[in-house]
Design a protein around this ligand. Structure first.
Ligand code: GLU
Length: 491
């Protein structure tokens, strides 16, 4: 039998990272098993369901690359089938009509000292003459349909937790059809999963207590019971339930912040699953290759943004420039650093630059920030860089820049090796460590304290731009145009 799994979000909000993890595990299982991944939008909560939420969820799924093979089905389209299932359960004695009003139930509850017996409503229904019940229903009196939970216990072999057992006496006779004719979650989900031939239900631990109810409904309806697996909860590093305090909980937020979807997928995959060795960095294909339910962990997973950042760096590192360019170009355009056409005209240079910068990036905006000195007409000198590497000894800085300018001008081949030889040679001649020369130079050509390796920087800038920047820096240093930046410059 081929595997059919589903992801059934309720469109009552954005795609939450917890939901995305559930979707991913189902997707990975389907892909690994050559099965079918069904997307079903559970929009039966009319009040809270919104089309824009459905759209946000689909967008999140698309961003993560979780393509679905069937759907999206909409649960609301199956309401007639859900009602028919409830009617059938009623007709077959698996369910009963409950005419009690909420006020009556509240009163009974109070009279029982807050501990209303689970079967109290069933007893009222059973005490009623069947003809009377028919008559009241025919008269249009509102009633809910409740499932008659059988005696005994409900057991299943959970793929994550192993054999699991609930005493039926602990379960309420759940409402399956409300008095307004709307089906409840447990009925709708059972009916839909059966209709869509779902073989494995993989969802969060928060649904554990729904599973015995659904198993009982499957049996009463005569449907085959799927395999169930409950994925561990996701907690913040402080051990508390994941919330916004721990970072963004919407998948879309990570997309907007400029994480790569492959990093997010890798991160989510490790929230409750492990490949069984120490490997953490995995591509999508590797995840599909290795994923299996036997390695879904029971203990709760920790949502650690430091781990995401680390994985993200790894994925940037691994991404070819062809992958990065279409993502970075619009951001460079937005920042006013280059146009797409300009970048296209020097594609080889641009791609090589991306290869240089990606090793220092965690998010796409990092690349924009790192690219600025290579694309902007002029560089802005960072206060701190100026303070540390120029103003501590302005004469030295000037001397270095002057000398280097002359030597670089005379340099024949503008290559990394040649540049390195000149610069290191100069430091040696002066009897100082290379840093004493490289730091003031870096400030002159990038405006910053930190950058990729200086020889790479010079290669990417090219001779002309490097010399221009040196000239401008020398001018600043000689003309005293570099005023001591605000604050204490002697530090
Ligand atoms: N719509 C439910 C939810 O979003 C589905 C739960 C299930 O997988 O059965 O939690």
């Amino acid at each position: 039998m081929s595997v059919r799994v589903r992801f059934p979000p309720s469109p009552t909000g954005y795609l939450h990272v917890g939901g995305a993890r559930t979707a991913l595990f189902n997707w990975l299982f389907a892909r690994r098993q050559g099965g079918v991944f069904v997307l079903r939008i559970e929009d039966t909560d009319r009040e809270r369901s919104r089309p824009e939420h459905t759209e946000a969820i689909l967008e999140g799924m698309r961003w993560l690359g979780l393509d679905w093979d069937e759907g999206p089905y909409f649960q609301s389209e199956g309401v007639e089938r859900h009602r028919a299932a409830a009617e059938r359960l009623l007709a077959e004695g698996h369910a009963y009509r409950d005419f009690t009003t909420p006020e009556e139930v509240a009163r009974m509850h109070e009279e029982a000292g807050g501990h209303l017996d689970r079967r109290a409503l069933r007893r009222i229904a059973e005490a009623m003459d069947p003809d009377e019940a028919e008559e009241r229903a025919a008269r249009g009196e509102p009633f809910a349909i409740r499932f008659r939970v059988p005696d005994g216990a409900t057991e299943w072999d959970d793929v994550v937790h192993g054999p699991t057992r609930f005493e039926n006496a602990e379960l309420d006779d759940l409402v399956i059809l409300r008095s307004d004719g709307s089906p409840t979650y447990n009925l709708a989900v059972t009916s839909d999963d059966a209709e869509q031939g779902i073989t494995h239900v993989l969802r969060g631990d928060d649904h554990l207590s729904n599973t015995p109810k659904q198993i009982l409904l499957y049996r009463a309806l005569g449907h085959p019971v799927p395999v169930f697996g409950h994925l561990p909860m996701i907690l913040g590093p402080d051990g508390k339930r994941l919330s916004k305090r721990h970072g963004a909980t919407a998948v879309g937020e990570y997309a907007r912040e400029g994480y790569l979807p492959e990093a997010m997928v890798n991160f989510l995959a490790l929230l409750g699953w492990s490949p069984g060795d120490d490997i953490e960095f995995m591509t999508r294909a590797e995840l599909v290759e290795r994923f299996g339910l036997e390695r879904v962990l029971r203990k709760s997973a920790v949502f650690d943004l430091k781990k995401l950042d680390w994985l993200s760096g790894q994925h940037f590192n691994a991404a070819p420039p062809e992958r990065l360019a279409p993502l970075v170009t619009p951001l460079l355009e937005e920042a006013g650093l280059a146009t797409g056409a300009e970048l296209e005209a020097r594609e080889a240079w641009y791609h090589a630059l991306l290869d240089l910068l990606k090793t220092r990036a965690r998010r796409l905006p990092d690349i924009v920030e790192l690219a600025e000195p290579f694309l902007a007409e002029d560089v802005a000198y960072e206060d701190e860089a100026v303070r540390k590497h120029w103003l501590k000894d302005p004469e030295w800085a000037r001397l270095v820049l002057d000398d280097l300018r002359a030597r670089l001008q005379a340099l024949e081949a503008w290559s990394g090796e040649a540049l390195e030889a000149v610069i290191r040679g100069y430091a040696e001649e002066r009897g100082v460590g290379a840093g004493k020369v490289i730091h003031p130079l870096r400030v002159a050509v990038t405006g910053r304290q930190n950058s990729p390796g200086i020889f790479d920087v010079l290669v990417f800038l090219g001779r002309e731009r490097t010399l221009e920047r040196l000239a401008r820096a020398i001018e600043h240093l000689s003309g005293g145009e570099i005023a001591a930046p605000s604050g204490d410059s002697s530090a």
